[in-house]
Design a protein around this ligand. Structure first.
Ligand code: ARG
Length: 465
């Protein structure tokens, strides 16, 4: 057991207590952040005359060496240390002697862990944003290629009006775009350094918190030391954003699963992204989409977990907060993996254009347009709605579609119909005429694609990553 404390204890910690309390098994993930923060702290201590130049140099060299040795596998982080902070300080002292013991001057593990976690989450916000950026790129490419790939649009999972694949995919583009912007908000709001808050009441040493915050790339130091050590809002916000990303991925997955079903056959998932059955030789399952949908649960779980952990915690630091790590790490890894896999599946998926177009022709997806046709001939919309309703009933009876009825049949229900109706309610016309911004009509879609291309050309995180 290697602990940073023990002076006021007359008895060793019980083995079970030690293990229950220790966090090294999971907080070792923060070791690079711990070293980065410690270097900034040491450099500042020297600038403020608290460490000598030689002490600072020894510490910085020692810490850099530890980082190298761990990264290259020469030094193992073992469970003999209570947490990552103890590990770094103990090894440093072992390596450089007395100066190592001075590193913790004016610092507490409370502001240290707050800083480590913030540095880690800040970096992960960028990584998740990058994953989203790649997915957006794939989506926009697909949109450009599918401006006239017709398909039915649904409400209540019933065919409603015709649209295009570009338009349908464009809906997901907007969702993931909002996710990227949400991450930008979080990044901005969280980017303040807690280092220098000490245990919770600052310190009597003349620390320069502006300096360490600048060294670590923060916007500035946080303004209340009690809040600094006990704020986990940014983790909650990030988990909420991750949950929303998963909700979007899960909806998309669900559609892919439906489209891939035997009944729809709108898409064929690439062999590389499907799995088989151990018993049914004919099966090719959409497991990746199902797993992405399924993993949404554990990310929501992480959010609920931290919200619950933080609920009712008095100021300032409480050990409960150690529970912020494992679920957060897990949620981040889950989302990053899901983004990569989903993008891979999407970029290799085969869209069955003919099946989709044929499906769009059925199910009276042009009924609204047929009503609009009558409106164009002077019939009030409510009456037109009634006439087309009658037509649909007639077609259902004959197992036919509006556009395959003869002009005589149409005229029998309303004399207003003329020969131009067929062109007016053809699938292509139905889509082509939908030109309000955000609609599937070609020019409208092209404009949206231009705007979104521009968005992708100036992603906020690209200069930071
Ligand atoms: N392992 C602790 C955590 O994750 C580090 C902070 C420890 N501070 C303390 N006062 N025991 O929160």
């Amino acid at each position: 057991m290697a602990q940073l404390w023990g002076g006021r204890f007359s008895k060793a910690t019980d083995e079970l207590v030690y293990r229950f309390n220790a966090s090294i098994t999971f907080d070792q993930r923060l070791f690079e952040q711990d070293i980065e923060g410690s270097i900034a702290h040491a450099v500042m201590l020297e600038k403020q005359g608290i460490l000598t130049c030689k002490e600072k140099d020894d510490i910085v060299k020692g810490l850099t060496g530890i980082r190298q040795d761990v990264l290259e596998g020469r030094l193992k982080i073992t469970e003999e240390y209570e947490d990552v902070h103890s590990f770094v300080e103990a090894v440093l002292t072992e390596r450089i002697g007395e100066a190592g013991k001075k590193l913790h001057t004016g610092r507490s593990r409370n502001d240290q862990v707050a800083l480590d976690m913030k540095l880690y989450v800040r970096e992960q916000v960028l990584e998740v944003a990058c994953g989203l950026g790649n997915l957006l790129e794939t989506l926009l490419d697909l949109m450009e290629k599918n401006l006239t790939t017709y398909m039915p649009g649904f409400t209540h999972l019933q065919k409603a009006q015709p649209t295009t694949l570009a338009h349908h995919l464009g809906a997901y583009f907007e969702m993931f775009k909002r996710d990227v912007l949400r991450l930008q908000d979080i990044y901005k709001r969280m980017n303040y350094s807690p280092l220098g808050a000490g245990a919770f009441a600052g310190t009597t040493y003349p620390l320069d918190r502006y300096y360490t915050s600048a060294l670590l790339g923060f916007e500035g130091p946080t303004l209340n030391s009690m809040d600094s050590v006990s704020d986990r809002d940014y983790i909650i916000e990030f988990l909420a954003a991750l949950s929303t990303i998963m909700m979007h991925l899960s909806r998309f997955s669900e559609e892919i699963i439906i489209w891939n079903s035997n009944e729809y056959r709108f898409v064929e998932i690439d062999d590389g992204f499907s799995t088989g059955s151990s018993i049914m030789p004919q099966k090719k399952n959409p497991d990746i989409a199902e797993l992405v949908r399924g993993k949404t649960g554990r990310v929501y779980g992480a959010l609920m977990s931290i919200l619950t952990t933080m609920k009712g915690l008095p100021l300032a630091y409480n050990k409960d907060m150690q529970e912020d790590k494992e679920v957060t790490f897990d949620a981040i890894e889950t989302v990053k993996n899901c983004l990569v896999l989903f993008q891979g599946m999407l970029s290799t998926i085969k869209f069955c254009d003919e099946v989709m177009e044929e499906s769009a022709m059925k199910g009276f997806t042009n009924a609204t347009d047929a009503a609009d046709y009558l409106v164009g001939k002077g019939v009030p919309f409510r009456d037109a709605h009634g006439i087309i309703g009658q037509l649909v009933l007639y077609c259902l009876d004959k197992n036919s579609s509006i556009d395959s009825l003869s002009l005589e049949e149409l005229k029998a229900i309303s004399p207003v119909f003329e020969g131009d109706v067929y062109e007016a309610i053809s699938l292509k016309t139905c889509v082509k005429k939908r030109l309000t911004l955000g609609a599937p009509g070609r020019e409208a879609m092209e404009k949206v694609i231009r705007i979104n291309r521009e968005f992708l050309d100036h992603l906020w995180f690209e200069e930071k990553a």
